[in-house]
Design a binder for this molecule. Structure first.
Ligand SMILES: Nc1nc2c(ncn2[C@@H]2O[C@H](COP(=O)(O)OP(=O)(O)OP(=O)(O)O)[C@@H](O)[C@H]2O)c(=O)[nH]1
Ligand SMILES: [Mg+2]
Length: 188
């Protein structure tokens, strides 16, 4: 059975755990602890190590879904999780103080996942704060990383169908890039 290992990244409160809960067909392994940074994301708990879920796409492809903790102080987990993954869904919350800057810093931090597979961006919480437009995100990416092709969607991580569309777009992107040999040989 073919397998994909996908990492959900993005800032605190962007909806990584929520997205994995929406998608997973097994009970999600969560590592939530009390959130002492409610000024950054006003929710009771935050991920402190990782999330893990699984979904089958068709009958043939198992997708392993990992989520990082958004807080920078747990970034030792980022290094561990990024080694295994071959694709990334970067969630950016519209209501972050500077969502475009957040997006660019996560792209930089997890660039190897683009080289090894592919990346899509989901802009969440757009119903909470309108924030930058999708064009603003794409323009910023084009300006800073003109070599990268990264689709940007609006998504509500609580909505399973929307998350599934984003996941399928990522897998299609990974498979297309693999077919055309666009990934670095070292990484494949
Ligand atoms: N209104 C609204 N709420 C959302 C949306 N996306 C996520 N949420 C809510 O925002 C919160 C996101 O929390 P988490 O899923 O824990 O976020 P996370 O990215 O895992 O955060 P950390 O683990 O702390 O890094 C949850 O309460 C979600 O229900 C959205 O698009 N609209
Ligand atoms: Mg989380």
């Amino acid at each position: 059975m073919a397998e994909h290992v996908i990492l959900f990244t993005g800032p605190m409160g962007a909806g990584k755990t929520t997205a994995i809960e929406s998608l997973s067909e097994i009970e999600v392994v969560r590592t939530e602890a009390n959130n002492s940074e409610r000024h950054i994301a006003d929710k009771p708990t935050t991920t402190v190590a990782l999330d893990y879920g699984e979904i089958l796409i068709g009958a043939e492809e198992k997708v392993r879904l990992y989520g990082i903790p958004g807080q920078k102080r747990f970034d030792f987990m980022w290094a561990i999780l990024k080694k295994r993954a071959k694709g990334m869904i970067l969630l950016v919350n519209s209501d972050a103080p500077d969502p475009i800057e957040e997006m660019l810093s996560f792209i930089e931090e997890f660039r190897e996942l683009y080289d090894r597979g592919g990346v899509v961006i989901g802009v969440s919480r757009a119903d909470v704060v309108a924030g930058p437009t999708l064009g603003d995100y794409s323009d910023a990416l084009e300006r800073t990383n003109p070599d990268m092709v990264i689709p940007v969607f609006t998504v509500d991580p609580r909505n399973r169908d929307q998350m599934e569309n984003v996941l399928l777009a990522l897998i299609a992107n990974i498979e297309m890039r693999a077919m055309f040999g666009m990934m670095t040989t070292e990484a494949v």
